[in-house]
Design a protein around this ligand. Sequence first.
Ligand SMILES: Cc1ncc(COP(=O)(O)O)c(C=O)c1O
Length: 383
Amino acid sequence: MKIPFHKVDITGQEIKGVIRAVKSGWWTMGPKTIEFERRFRNYVGSKHAIAVNSCTAAMHLALDAIGLKEGDEVIVPAITFTATAEVVCYFKAKPILIDIRRDTLNIDVSKIESKITSKTKAIIPVHYGGQPVDLDMIKKIAKKHNLFVIEDAAHALPAWYKNKKIGTLSDMTCFSFYVTKTLATGEGGMITTNNKRWADKMKIMRLHGMNKDAWKRYSKTGVWFYDVMEAGFKYNTTDINAALGLAQLKRLETMWRKRKRIARRYSEAFKSIDGVACPTIDDYTETSWHLYVIKLNLDSLKIGRNLFIKELGKRGISSSVHFIPLYKHTFYKNLLRIRSSQFPESEYAYKRIISLPIYPSMGQEEVDRVIWEVKDVVEKNKK
Ligand SMILES: Cc1ncc(COP(=O)(O)O)c(C=O)c1O
């Protein structure tokens, strides 16, 4: 039995929704997208939700809405996907990397303030693996230094910070519906905000900078005339994607409970073995369990992280690493001229982390098989 790292959770609802969207003939952004936005904002409790074709697009539009400019600086964690920092570079602004906490793998909030300069415009915290960062602390720092907070919530749907759902707790929140995410539409994203001015701007910018409701121009009530207000982007989503999103949103918390059960079973099994450490979850958060990341105890093992992953692979278990620290990539190394030694906690974590399979349709047998194989690799490679 091979166990993949991820499997998309498809039911008849997704299939029916897509067939209906295809048959409607409205294949680009249209009424289904508008319905998805309405249901999404009702779900997270925000005033506005703007659907786009990726979380990367969402963050780009959010930074555009706050008026990020060349030479500005934006705080991001050192361990994240490149998209978090890449969008800052679109503006010829500079991403400033902050070391992470070795326990939760989230940005170390205590290290942010010393990196703030007169050029700093915003903080983009990432809820790593789905576990919310300490938003109160981040917002306090942002308020003191007059910075915007744009959450990279690519992993954090649904997730709760101090019993409040992620999606309304900062200036803007950006979600991803990429195929492996907790709500998947293949490719897709959403920005939520309570600020009407930003929402209006992002709606215009996601569709070539054309004035409001230009997407309606081929509908019965639409008009052919539109005005281009800015040089915008082509970031709109499609009604076919929105149909998938609507079906997945209905099942979001059911899928989340399944992932939570898998995580509990993993943690129960791993807490008694010396070779691996389970994820640390702060008691004021509820994670989406997008990722289940173990840390190897290298002191008790003869092999390192790479060989451990290889061993799992030989036994039919796919695993992954989230993420290669940004400062190790050629582009950021050249841009920022920083050294690994400046990020001791990221270095510590990166050597040890492995993301195990966790997806809603994973059966108990598959979970137990992963547990068994992880334990066996540990057992056979003990120092
Ligand atoms: C932390 C993080 N931010 C942003 C993204 C980008 O999401 P998208 O693929 O929807 O642009 C990802 C994607 O994996 C991610 O992991």
